[in-house]
Design a protein. Structure first.
Length: 349
């Protein structure tokens, strides 16, 4: 007998279960992110203080066999912001697959959204997994076009060892002599780590960044404060000019499994005052990249989207990479319509 109810465990149990399921199902064929306990604590648990309204789980005889997680969030929908959630991490233990557990988790999530007035769930799913097929079959769900990446390689040799595809290994091996680390010469004057007193100015920069977005994650001041600084998980650098924050770069590290394990950096947010010239934007990004390399990061990635200008990324040594991430929407409000051709801002999870 399978019971669908609120997840009872902590960030450590969530990490062990979700990573265990994904590694068993896909670990031999796909590179996978390792969502460790610190990551889940940052986004979903907050040392046990976060609400659990959207942490849904399946239990069989008291044993955890499935999860579907989301965090409460404000979502940009057209020109307005609505209550919603962001997440997924849909996972069903291999021993209990083909029993309709995933569908039951999705129905429970849908019900909880409607009971709480949340308009939609926004997330990303990876191609090559069962995720796209699962959401295609889920009532009231839509999958939008895929999103590409911006990628910077710090250690091509490490990526060649890590990659599971011979063509990628050959590419990284051949590209190694041509990689230029021009960012090493960037000066850090006026660039420093984020401080809580920077929050109002950073919030204003995010709101400016979001002007062109018609579907995506919309930050409140409280959620942005948590995004920019929480224990040792996210890292945020700000550009200060004339005593005022004019830009910031926010990222976090994540292990990735393949033929071996490497460390990648995911850039979640990058925002600037309109008056900041490209040279200064690039310098801030490059100082953040210097910190990534110092910490032993092998590569960095960021979702491409309307908020990130391509010239800046090219000039800082980043290149576009075909994306495998599909934007998903679970639509719990009857009659809710998405923008016809949405300009999407979301996160790579």
């Amino acid at each position: 007998m399978v019971e669908i109810r609120t997840f009872e465990g902590d960030a450590g149990e969530a990490s062990r279960f979700v990573n265990g399921v994904w590694q068993e199902l896909y670990g031999k064929q796909l590179p996978l992110a390792v969502w460790d306990a610190h990551f889940f604590d940052w986004l979903l648990f907050r040392e046990g203080k976060a609400p659990r309204d959207y942490l849904v789980a399946a239990y069989a005889d008291g044993k955890l066999v499935g999860t579907l997680f989301a965090e409460p969030a404000r979502i940009r929908l057209g020109s307005q912001e609505v209550d919603g959630t962001y997440g997924s991490w849909a996972s069903v233990a291999p021993s209990h697959r083909r029993q309709g557990i995933g569908g039951k988790l999705a129905q429970e999530m849908l019900l909880r959204h409607r009971e709480r007035g949340a308009r939609l769930l926004l997330g990303c799913v990876a191609a090559g997994t069962d995720g796209p097929g699962f959401w295609h079959q889920t009532q009231h769900a839509r999958i939008l076009d895929g999103m590409g990446l911006w990628v910077h390689v710090f250690d091509a040799q490490a990526l060649a060892r890590w990659s599971m595809h011979a063509s990628e290994r050959a590419l990284f091996t051949l590209a190694r002599p041509f990689l230029r680390h021009r960012f090493r010469r960037a000066q850090a004057q006026g660039i420093r780590p984020y401080r809580p007193s920077d929050l109002p100015r950073c919030m204003a920069l995010v709101q400016r960044m979001m002007k062109s977005v018609t579907l995506g994650y919309a930050y409140t001041a409280e959620r942005l404060a948590h995004q920019l600084q929480y224990r040792e998980v996210p890292r945020t650098f700000v550009l200060e000019q004339a005593g005022e924050v004019r830009g910031f770069v926010n990222s976090y590290s994540m292990r990735m499994t393949g033929r071996e394990t490497m460390t990648a950096e995911v850039v979640d947010l990058m925002a600037f005052d309109d008056a900041v010239p490209v040279t200064e934007r690039r310098r801030l990004l490059q100082v953040a990249m210097q910190d990534m390399e110092r910490r032993g990061v092998s590569c960095a990635a960021m979702l491409r989207g309307p908020c990130i200008p391509a010239p800046l990324m090219w000039r800082a040594g980043w290149v576009p990479f075909p994306g495998e991430a599909k934007v998903t929407c679970l639509l719990p409000t009857p009659g809710l319509e998405l923008p016809a051709a949405p300009s999407v801002f979301t996160h790579l999870r």
